[in-house]
Design a protein around this ligand. Structure first.
Ligand code: KIV
Ligand code: ZN
Length: 525
């Protein structure tokens, strides 16, 4: 890379697994975090902030497992300015090929007075101590001035200078509460570059929350004014109104390279896949008109627009759907296709399944090919994601027969395999979905309440696969489950079972030994 190109290279630091996961209801389990980390690595993310290791044993384990798995991206663990936090982060990221400790401390008058209850001089000392300590454990240290955008410039400069002197290679100035504006935030980076004597020894980073809907605009303003790292999340997931969306920042830099001559290492064709996975895992739908990844982002409805598109796509399209990985390609596989062709297609889509998972996915593909005329890449993605989410589960869906319609009573006869044994029950309900869920409850008794039930069509047409998300809550524990099938009720059953399986794993972790799934009095074989 030439010196000029290098100077304009923007590091993409993804914090979906840390700041994103802090969104209420967005908690992910270990297997989901590992899958997402793999997809982020394939996307070309430079730094993956994998979690906050000291916050829980689960977070520690997730960061540690991600550190073992990811080879190309730097794996980062968050830590407050405290020895215990920093040690735990260092321990969690130890197996990583490339690792970073990210330590932070508030620098705004409001946060120092009310949150930290510390004098500025104490904060300054703590910045020095934290970065020095972190640097003894890891070469790559990032320091963040929490609430940096509302900090007093003189004090911020002193903290930044101290952090760099203590060895921080990256200095992040978050707009923690999403309050700043592009001109103000841009000027802040210019000011720091001009006034901090050792500013040239660190990379400056933006981290913008979206409370006023300015997260992406503020991030770009920071880059234009010298920042060379952007902290962001897939789909803009994050605390409150979220963080700046990775896909929007990256595509803005790519499409408007004429105005913003910066590059990233992101393989943009993988964006749609990452977006879908985050939405699927968290159960947070992407709004249809969301930039880049919304279902309507490349849809042209009005006649005038369609006419223009037919004459020249550029009339109404500033980037191609293919450039963000949105393809409509119909799978050139049919009922008679073999495993090899199927495996090759999955590889093309970025999936490398083990033999057992491939066999299961192949069976479902054959079943789908029997029922659906056109099979799109999106169908395959939904099917394989569903299969991966349920692989090795103790409860497996076997079959469902439903009596629905206006004559009632609606009932569902459900067959599940639980710990290798098949069981069947019939339940009534207020509609077929309720009857199906009651049947699951009869086979696997539990007290969880259903807090979200959401259906989304994977592709167009009445034979489209339904992708269902179910959220269950029990004693403060929340899990999201997903299921996909051309039959909405089957997809619903799969999603419920997936959420329930995760709940049982969580329950087992807090009450070891409590893993009886079947109630003798209710289960009929
Ligand atoms: O928003 C924020 O200030 C943060 C820091 C921990 C970096 O997320
Ligand atoms: Zn944040």
């Amino acid at each position: 890379m030439s010196a000029e190109a290098d100077k304009n290279r923007v590091i993409i630091f993804d914090t979906t697994l840390r700041d994103g996961e802090q969104s209420p209801g967005a908690a992910m389990n270990l297997e989901e975090k590992l899958r997402l980390a793999g997809v982020l690595e394939e996307l070309g993310v430079d730094v993956i902030e994998a979690g906050f290791p000291v916050s829980s044993a689960g977070d520690f384990k997730a960061v540690n497992e991600i550190a073992k798995k990811v080879r190309n991206s730097t794996v980062c663990g968050l830590a407050r300015a405290a020895r215990g936090d920093i040690e735990r982060a260092a321990e969690a990221i130890a197996p990583a090929a490339r690792k970073r400790i990210h330590t932070f401390l508030s620098t705004s008058p409001l946060h120092m007075k009310y949150k930290l209850q510390k004098e500025p001089e104490q904060v300054l000392q703590a910045v020095w101590d934290a970065v020095t300590f972190a640097r003894n454990l890891c070469d790559d240290v990032e320091w963040s001035a929490e609430d940096g955008s509302r900090s007093e410039p003189d004090f911020l400069c002193r903290c930044v200078e101290a952090a760099i002197k203590a060895g921080a290679r990256t200095i992040n100035i978050p707009d923690t509460v999403g309050y700043t504006t592009p001109d103000e935030y841009g000027a802040l980076f210019k000011m720091l570059a001009g006034r901090v004597p050792n500013a040239d020894q660190a990379i400056f980073s933006v981290h913008c929350h979206n409370d006023l809907g300015l997260g992406v605009a503020n991030s770009l303003a920071g880059v234009i004014n010298g920042a060379r790292q952007v902290e962001c999340t897939i789909n803009g997931l994050g605390e409150r109104a979220g963080n700046a969306a990775l896909e929007e920042v990256v595509m803005a830099l790519k499409v408007r390279h004429d105005r913003m001559p910066f590059t990233t290492g992101i393989r943009t064709e993988n964006i749609t896949r990452a977006s879908r996975l985050v939405s699927q895992i968290t159960g947070f739908p992407v709004q249809p008109n969301k930039a880049i990844v919304g279902a309507n982002a490349f849809a042209h409805e009005s006649g005038v627009h369609q006419d223009g598109m037919i004459k020249n796509r550029q009339t109404y399209e500033i980037m191609t759907p293919e450039s963000v990985g949105l393809t409509n390609s119909s799978l050139k596989l049919g009922k008679l296709s073999g495993r090899n062709a199927f495996r090759t297609k999955l590889r093309e889509l970025g999936y490398d399944l083990g033999d057992n998972a491939l066999e299961e996915a192949f069976k479902r593909f054959k079943d789908l090919a029997d029922r659906k005329r056109d099979i799109f890449d999106d169908d395959l993605i939904a099917l394989v994601d569903d299969e991966m989410a349920n692989a090795a589960a103790r409860i497996r869906f076997v079959g469902l027969e439903v009596y629905a319609g206006s004559k009632g009573p609606q009932k569902a006869t459900l067959e599940l395999q639980i710990d290798g044994k098949n069981h069947t029950v019939t339940s009534n309900g207020n509609g077929p979905v309720d009857a199906t869920f009651n049947a699951i409850k009869q086979l696997v008794p539990h007290e969880a309440t259903l807090s979200l039930y959401q259906v989304h069509a994977v592709t167009k047409g009445t034979d489209a696969q339904a992708e269902v998300t179910v959220r269950l809550e029990e004693s403060g524990r929340t899990t999201n489950g997903q299921g996909a099938d051309p039959d909405t009720l089957v997809a619903s059953a799969r999603a419920y079972i997936n959420a329930l399986t995760k709940l049982l794993v969580k329950r087992e972790k807090s009450t070891p030994g409590d893993m009886t799934l079947i109630s003798d009095s209710t289960a009929a074989e």
